[in-house]
Design a protein around this ligand. Structure first.
Ligand code: NDP
Length: 300
């Protein structure tokens, strides 16, 4: 069974690909990087291609996972940056789907990226299920168009969309960025601290993707977030406890706005998506609670 993955060299991909190999998938990574570099990151067992035409088998892939995309919160969202964020997701997904649809055999399942930013800023108490409509800020429009590009996949292919929260790992992503300040004892809530931080442990993220891959009934959008979301203040306190440091320094909202411009909205505003559909489909989280998740990620 063959599987094509984009973004396989990234944070989530690096943890997902070894699990796919264990499950006996023949994994081909679509990457901008040379084959040597991809092999150094992911091992010799994976093949890599830099254009879809280089797909190495006569028939198209049995499954496809689409995670590629330029980093969202790394820099200010200038208009050229917004263009890169869009192109690396929407254009790439459209090209991928066009190629998949052109194969004699379309994949059985296509799992494509999105984010909880799809819903736009929401009131902290509103519990957001997958039925909620898209928001209308930049991140929401980006996710919405990214999903629409994926939805052009042929009808006979099962499509799952990953509306992902903040994925936690001490070396990658948001937690890696927050840790130095917290370890120095100068970490703390951002802005009002009341905004919800929908989070998910990297292991549950990977398990969630594998679950969707293997569950024939799973279809459509899924909120990939732990069942117990917390507000930013609670998150900061738990992180301070995990690294045994006080966490009462507040980063004022206006400073985040100065540093990140529009992108600061992702940190200052939030939404409380619930993992209802994933759990209803039979998925169980290894780390439903933040304290346990942080304990496992930051052993004392
Ligand atoms: P990463 O930032 O680690 O990047 C994934 C991969 O995308 C990279 O390894 C790279 O692959 C490819 N990529 C980066 N920039 C470009 C570009 N300009 N054009 C084409 N490809 C590019 O992502 P994560 O693993 O953290 O996340 C995977 C997906 O899930 C992302 O699309 C992200 O937006 C989404 N997501 C992640 C969250 C998180 O907390 N991590 C939260 C919500 C959503 P290569 O160099 O091999 O080409």
């Amino acid at each position: 069974k063959t599987l094509l993955i984009t973004g396989g060299t990234g944070f989530i991909g690096q943890f997902l690909v070894p699990e796919l190999l264990k499950d006996n998938w023949t994994v081909v990574v679509f990457s901008r990087q040379s084959s040597d570099r991809v092999a150094r990151t992911l091992g010799d067992q994976v093949q890599s291609i830099q254009s879809f035409d280089q797909w190495p088998f006569p028939e198209g892939p049995d499954a496809c996972i689409n995670l590629a995309g330029e980093g969202i919160v790394e820099k200010r969202w200038s208009s050229s940056r917004k263009q890169i964020l869009r192109e690396s997701r929407i254009n790439l997904t459209s090209e991928l789907v066009e190629w998949l649809n052109a194969q004699d055999k379309t994949p059985k399942v296509f799992i494509s990226g999105s984010a909880v930013g799809y819903y736009g800023p929401q009131k902290p108490d509103d519990e957001i299920t997958e039925m909620y409509p898209a928001g209308d800020d930049f991140a929401a429009e980006l996710c919405s168009e990214w999903e629409q590009a994926a939805q052009t996949i042929s009808d006979d292919c099962r499509l799952c969309l990953l509306r992902t929260g903040v994925v936690l790992h001490p070396k990658y992503g948001a937690l890696a960025k927050m840790l130095p300040a917290f370890k120095m004892g100068v970490g703390g809530p951002i802005g009002s601290g009341q905004q919800v931080m929908p989070w998910i442990h990297i292991e549950d993220m990977v398990r969630g993707i594998l679950f969707l891959l293997d569950t024939p009934d799973a279809q459509g959008p899924f909120n990939l977030v732990a069942p117990k979301a917390v507000d930013n203040r609670t998150f900061s306190k738990a992180l301070g406890n995990a690294v045994k440091r006080p966490a009462f320094f507040t980063v004022p909202g206006f400073m985040m706005k100065l540093m990140l411009g529009d992108a600061s909205a992702l940190l200052l505003e939030g939404q409380r998506p619930i993992s209802f559909k994933l759990e209803y489909s039979g998925f169980t989280f290894l780390y439903p609670e933040l304290e346990k998740a942080l304990e496992s990620l930051l052993p004392r």
